[in-house]
Each structure stands twice: as structure tokens, then as C-alpha cells.
Write a protein that binds this ligand. Structure first.
Ligand SMILES: *Cc1c(COP(=O)(O)O)cnc(C)c1O
Length: 345
């Protein structure tokens, strides 16, 4: 597959914005910078941030054992997903394929870019239906979004199914691994070299505990990364975010400890939820949240709210009738949740 044929012509021909700082990044501190109309008085953030975030990407490159040229950072995964759609999908002509029930942003981002959405439901086990996907795809189907572990269903998509889709879908396959740190499945990062059409996205918003700084990470071939770099806003990752993220990556032990605690709490919660009398089903989870089916989702959602507990009501998602989604909280929060569920009638 030649990725070049999938990239929009206007993206191939555009001249990227060259920021003042691009040309002089190697020299840094002993130069006098009079090129970017900044305020010269140092307060820690008076200079524009590194547009390519080299320090942060070097650290990520080391942790993930992947070249810097295979990494792009975004202002949250959401920015990355938007850039991907804009590189590959011609407005009012191309389409993307999503597999509901899944993350709502793929659809929103496609809509804002005037890109058609073709939906192919996950099957009853929340796995992709390969034949239905390939039947629905046409020559304008540029991107297939796979979310694994999937939100809101919490399961991982089967590796053999994903592999089959990577081989047979004639476009870009994005695997959204926002929850991969909570799963025992291997990341697809390790297989980037095998599939030129593969893009893996991860985020610091979940296991890394940094939803507030907005940092998404995209891994793909050098060709795809350099193309995304051509259209990204020059200073998309601010200086405070770069610093905070780096501090966290330098102290990765904390992330591991917190993730282990969350997984332990998740398993306790799954056990306790199954003992609540109006809970009909607790779905298996590979993520930091749990999907359950109850007798009446609207009623239970409101009762929880009256008790000061906010959960996500997913009852209107396809195949999720009467489903609620709970994020795994602290031990105290989870105990309060369980106590409340056992008390309400
Ligand atoms: C939470 C989540 C993300 C993270 O998005 P950010 O913009 O990085 O915070 C991405 N994909 C899925 C499926 C999610 O649930």
C-alpha cells in the first residue's frame, strides 16, 4: 500500500509554516533571540515553546523504544485524531469507518471536517465484524478507527481480528490505545514496522494521570508523522505541558504504582458490583472503567446523582441499553459507590 496515494493533494503541496524558532533549535541559550517578538524579560514562559518538543519526545522514545521520527504529540489525542482526518480525508468526498458503540469523538471530528461517517456495529461480543466492515468500505473510505480497549465497552478487540483488518482494509487504520496501560494485551506499537497504514494513538490523560495538561501521543511511520507535522499548529504543546509531562515520565514508577492500585480496585469493584441485586451484567474490563447492565439505567443514574455520585449513562448507545459506565476511583470513592448501590431500592 502506498501511503502517498492516501494523502490529500493539497496537503502534499502545501508549504508548512516555518516558526522563528525552527531554524535555531541546536544553538539555544547563548544566542540573542530577537526573532519572535517575545517579551525579553525571563519569567520561565516568556519564550515560545519548542515546536517539535524534542526533550519530551526523546524521553518517550527511550521509554517506548521507538525512534523520535515515529512520534507526534498533540494537544490531547483529540487534536491528533483531527489532524489525521485532515491529512487523509477530502471534505465532502471521503469517509471514515467507526465501530459503535465506541468513543464519540471520531464522529464529532469527522462531522466538523465535513467527512462522512460509515458505521458498522461491533457484534454481540463487542468485536469487529470483518466482513461487514470490508463490505461497507468503498474507495473513499480513508480511515478505519479501532478503539482497543474500547470505550465504553471496556474490552480489547481481538488481535487476530485487528491484524486481518490491517492487512485487508485499503486505508489508514487508527488504533486508539487510550486505555492500553490497564490491559494485558500488547500495544500495537511494537508492530508499526509491519504495517505502513497503522497509526497508534495513546494519551497521558488516563493511566498517566494528566488529563489536565492535554497531551496525546501518536506513533506511526516516518512518512505519516512527517506529513502530520506539516499541518500541525506550530506551538501546539505549550511549555507548561511539556515540562509537566517530562516530570511525570522521569518518575514513571508512580504511574506504575497508581495503575496497579487502580487495577486492584477494579477487580474488587467487579466482584462487588455483581452482588448488587439490580445489576444484571458486569462486562469484563481491560480499562480503568466498568460497564454494567442494570434493570433501569435512567432510574439508577438519577438515584446515584441524588447521592452525589456522577457516572456515565450509556443507555442510548447502540447495544448498550440500560448500561452505566463507572470510572474506577479511589478505594474510598469505590466503597461509597458500592454502599450507595446496595442501599438504593
Ligand atoms: C479518554 C479517551 C481519549 C483521550 O483523549 P485526550 O484528548 O488525550 O484526553 C482518547 N480515546 C478514547 C477512546 C478515550 O476514552
Amino acid at each position: 500500500m502506498d501511503i502517498n496515494n492516501l494523502i490529500r493533494d493539497n496537503i502534499k503541496s502545501l508549504k508548512p509554516y516555518a516558526s522563528a524558532r525552527d531554524e535555531f533549535k541546536e544553538f539555544s541559550s547563548d544566542l540573542i533571540f530577537l526573532d519572535a517578538n517575545e517579551n525579553p524579560f525571563d519569567n520561565g514562559v516568556n519564550r515560545y515553546p519548542d515546536p517539535l518538543q524534542m526533550t519530551l519526545k526523546s524521553k518517550l522514545s527511550e521509554i517506548k523504544n521507538i525512534s523520535i521520527d515515529n512520534i507526534l504529540l498533540g494537544n490531547g489525542s483529540d487534536e491528533i485524531l483531527d489532524l489525521i482526518i485532515r491529512v487523509f480525508c477530502e471534505p465532502n468526498a471521503d469517509n471514515i469507518i467507526t465501530l459503535p458503540p465506541t468513543y464519540g469523538m471520531y464522529e464529532v471530528l469527522a462531522n466538523t471536517n465535513a467527512v462522512e461517517i460509515k458505521s458498522v456495529m461491533l457484534n454481540d461480543n463487542f468485536q469487529p465484524d470483518i466482513k461487514a466492515i470490508l463490505d461497507k468500505a468503498d474507495t473513499n473510505s480513508k480511515i478505519l478507527f479501532l478503539c482497543s480497549p474500547n470505550n465504553p465497552t471496556a474490552n480489547s478487540l481481538k488481535a487476530d481480528i485487528i491484524e486481518e483488518l490491517l492487512k485487508s482494509f485499503q486505508g489508514i487504520v487508527v488504533i486508539d490505545e487510550a486505555y492500553i496501560d490497564f490491559s494485558n494485551e500488547a500495544s500495537w506499537l511494537g508492530r508499526l514496522n509491519e504495517f505502513p497504514n497503522l497509526i497508534v494513538t495513546q494519551t497521558l490523560s488516563k493511566a498517566y494521570g494528566m488529563a489536565g495538561i492535554r497531551l496525546g501521543v501518536c506513533y506511526a511511520s516516518k512518512k505519516i508523522i512527517s506529513t502530520l507535522n506539516r499541518i500541525k499548529p506550530p506551538y501546539n504543546i505549550n511549555a507548561l505541558t511539556q515540562q509537566k509531562a517530562l516530570d511525570r515520565l522521569l518518575d514513571i514508577g508512580i504511574v506504575k504504582t497508581e495503575t496497579a492500585t487502580i487495577l486492584n480496585e477494579r477487580d474488587k469493584l467487579i466482584q462487588e458490583l455483581s452482588e448488587v441485586n439490580f445489576v444484571d451484567k458486569v462486562y469484563p474490563s481491560d480499562a480503568n472503567f466498568i460497564l454494567i447492565k442494570v434493570d433501569d439505567a435512567d432510574k439508577r443514574y438519577n438515584q446515584l446523582l441524588e447521592n452525589g455520585i456522577v457516572v456515565r449513562n450509556r443507555t442510548h448507545q447502540p447495544n448498550c441499553k440500560n448500561c452505566l459506565r463507572f470510572t474506577v476511583g479511589t478505594a474510598i470513592e469505590n466503597n461509597t459507590l458500592i454502599k450507595t448501590l446496595k442501599n438504593i431500592q
